[in-house]
Design a protein around this ligand. Structure first.
Ligand code: NAP
Length: 239
């Protein structure tokens, strides 16, 4: 289950190994996705039942949920479908970002919490949560710089600029963007990983506050690892 850099890295490793066959699954959210090597299927399965049928119909022997830390629905479905079929399932979650000296973070549990927290924090907001969830900020009076790979669906704040861009982003570019747009506060998911971390470094350097949305919890009892190497060890251990 993919849609992340880690999933592509794992597909790279596994597809080169004798005795393993891998199929990567993408949701189909991004118009021009970066594809992993090997076999790829695209689109939803139709809930837990659809996923269960697909897994058994395709002779799948193990599931690695390497989806984004905020893709909570497919993670829950992967866990439930694998459990129903008695298949081993592993969740690969990159480590969360850690607050450092000089950071001014406000942690919130979800999108609604982020929209609420913004009140009084500044009029010019850098909203860097991807294209999903922008509607949670639609009622805000603030001005937003919204950055995403593809345009967001649904409602947007009345005053905004849409910037379509795909990471990775450099510290120099992020600092220039924040300065140029006179950003006063940033909103991000706690996605983790190096690809989009430069925005946090830029905010630190400019002493900007950052509203950080916490990750949804993994399903209860879920087996999880933080690195591609550990996921590969787990897969090899199944043989
Ligand atoms: P989600 O809310 O957990 O999933 C919603 C529905 O989309 C799922 O129930 C499933 O539909 C389908 N789906 C999601 N991931 C899928 C996959 N890898 N393969 C097949 N179907 C999938 O997921 P999301 O947050 O929309 O994320 C969608 C994809 O984008 C994921 O693959 C994720 O890794 C990637 N991504 C997400 C984010 C983010 O911030 N959420 C960021 C970067 C990349 P059915 O119920 O019909 O099976």
């Amino acid at each position: 289950m993919g849609g992340t850099r880690e999933a592509r890295e794992l597909a790279d490793i596994v597809s080169g190994e004798r005795g393993f066959e891998i199929v990567s699954s993408l949701a189909g959210r991004v118009r021009e996705p970066v594809l992993p090597v090997g076999e790829v299927r695209v689109g939803g399965f139709g809930g837990v039942d659809g996923l269960r049928e697909w897994l058994s119909g395709n002779g799948v022997e193990a599931v690695v949920d390497a989806t984004h830390p905020f893709a909570g629905a497919i993670t829950a479905n992967a866990a439930a479908a694998a459990l129903a079929l008695g298949l081993p399932v592993l969740h690969l979650r990159r480590p969360a970002w850690q607050q450092r000296d000089g950071d001014h973070w406000v942690r919130v549990p979800d999108l609604a919490g982020a929209a609420k927290a913004l009140t009084g924090m500044g009029d010019r907001v850098f909203l860097t949560i991807g294209r999903q969830g922008v509607a949670a900020f639609a009622e805000s009076d603030a001005w937003f710089l919204i950055r995403a790979i593809d345009p967001p669906d649904g409602a947007r704040p009345a005053r905004h600029e849409l910037l379509l861009a795909r990471g990775p982003f450099t510290l120099t570019d992020e600092t220039a963007l924040l300065t140029d747009r006179r950003i006063e506060v940033m909103v991000t998911k706690d996605s983790g990983g190096a690809l989009t971390e430069a925005k946090l470094e830029a905010a630190r350097a400019l002493a900007l506050p950052v509203v950080v949305i916490d990750r949804p919890a993994l399903p209860e009892g879920a087996l999880s690892v933080e690195t591609v190497a550990a996921a590969w060890d787990w897969l090899r251990g199944l043989r």
